[in-house]
Design a protein around this ligand. Structure first.
Ligand SMILES: [Zn+2]
Ligand SMILES: [Zn+2]
Length: 415
């Protein structure tokens, strides 16, 4: 199927005129057949892949690999970092006028970064439905050990070939499912922040995404059993999440408290480094958020949720935790002026019933945990080899990004 992109463009009731940079998205068996036509106007296409993704796409792309230059990054555990950018750059000649990223998140991050540096376009060919970042306009990279986001190119076309991505190792698909389910709390955080502070919000994007997330949630069993049509629906929902980010120019609709938890663990501030896929960390973050949000809902419904004047940064704790890694200044800089101070406490009190109404729309943590378990997704800190740092994680994670979430707002609650 070709995704009808017109429905994402133009003047919107949110006041914005939405635009996207991707020109076409195809999700279907043999989607690689469009490559020939798309590459016609280019003189020197270069395919970028790693050993695994090259193998996974060999059957479908054999002809193209033979006729064009292919840069294959070899070795285990390739990350989106400055070493691999250097490795990739030294193998690219100056004649390249378009890249084709054949891979999952890492290959895409490396390609979009290099494409931006060289000022040339790229085509995305996802080899797994593993993340929502294929159409991202930024590259998430590790630069000299620090996590950074760089401006980068979005693909001009996405050719998601079902014959390729539906055969990906299931662990990658499960990670994609989890990243997508994380939109539940991300979208709720966005809507609640809008209600409390008047932050910009687009109900069209919210509705589009929620609908796609619910659809995937209803076919998890079929995805697990490898049903191709259902795998395409997962890929569609992930790409839609990426388009939502393009439409408003940042990751607000795709990343909330559940992603902050994942980012905190990636910083190894209160834990040893963990080796897990993006969606696996988000998965556990999601369950923790849903549990906490469920407790908040209960407290509001029973009249026990009180508003307290507690907007100050938890300076001592931040110093002790982030400071140990030399990240205290960076965290203060990221947070800028304190988001909680922009909240009017009496308005917050009046909004409690409306917050409760939003929370009632969320799945319960037990229900989501059970669904994800049944789908072989990761759901517990133990599976990530993390010790029991749940409370500290909930307290510190809202500080990793300057973005209001209910987790952050809940510092103003006594429940
Ligand atoms: Zn809008
Ligand atoms: Zn994500």
């Amino acid at each position: 199927m070709q995704i009808e992109l017109d429905r994402f463009l133009g003047k919107c009731s949110c006041g914005h005129t939405h635009s996207i940079s991707v020109e076409g998205i195809y999700i279907e068996p043999n989607a690689c057949r469009y490559l020939g036509e798309l590459l016609q106007s280019y003189k020197h296409p270069v395919f970028i892949c790693d050993s695994k993704t090259k193998k996974a796409s060999e059957e479908a792309l054999n002809k193209y690999f033979k006729e064009n230059e292919v840069v294959e990054l070899s070795g285990e555990g390739i990350h989106a970092d400055n070493q691999n950018v250097a490795r990739l750059s030294e193998r690219l000649n100056d004649e390249a006028d378009i890249f084709i990223a054949v891979g999952s998140g890492t290959i895409h991050d490396l390609t979009r970064y290099v494409a931006f540096q060289k000022g040339i376009p790229f085509i995305s060919m996802p080899t797994a439905a593993s993340v929502d970042g294929f159409v991202s306009t930024v590259a998430a990279m590790t630069w000299n050990g620090l996590k950074k986001t760089f401006p980068a190119k979005a693909p001009i076309f996405v050719l998601a070939d079902t014959n390729i991505f539906s055969k990906a190792p299931y662990r990658l698909t499960a990670s994609g499912i989890s990243d997508l389910m994380g939109k539940y709390t991300a979208l709720t955080d966005w809507k609640i922040s809008h209600m409390i502070t008047g932050e910009y919000f687009c109900s069209r994007i919210y509705d589009l995404e929620i609908e796609a997330v619910r659809e995937v949630e209803s076919i998890l069993g079929e995805i697990k059993s490898g049903n191709e049509e259902c795998m395409e629906k997962l890929m569609y929902a992930l790409l839609l999440s990426g388009l939502a980010m393009q439409m408003i120019g940042n990751s607000r609709p795709a990343s909330g408290a559940e992603h902050h938890i994942s980012h905190l663990w990636e910083m190894s501030v209160i834990n040893e480094p963990i080796d897990a896929l993006h969606g696996e960390k988000v998965s556990v973050g999601l369950i923790m958020c849903l549990e906490k949000y469920g407790q908040i809902l209960k407290a509001i419904e029973s009249g026990k949720c009180k508003i307290i004047d507690n907007a100050e940064f938890e300076t001592a704790l931040l110093k002790e935790s982030f400071g140990k890694k030399g990240l205290y200044e960076g965290i203060l800089e990221e947070n800028g002026d304190n988001l909680l101070k922009s909240i009017n406490l009496s308005r917050l009190k009046n909004q409690l019933p409306a917050i409760a109404a939003e929370l009632r729309k969320l799945p319960g943590s037990d229900e989501m945990e059970e669904k994800l378990n049944r789908t072989d997704c990761i759901t517990s800190m133990q599976e990530l080899n993390l010790p029991d740092i749940k409370e500290l994680t909930l307290t510190l994670s809202p500080y990793v990004r300057r973005r209001l979430t209910l987790m952050r707002i809940s510092k103003l609650f006594s429940i």
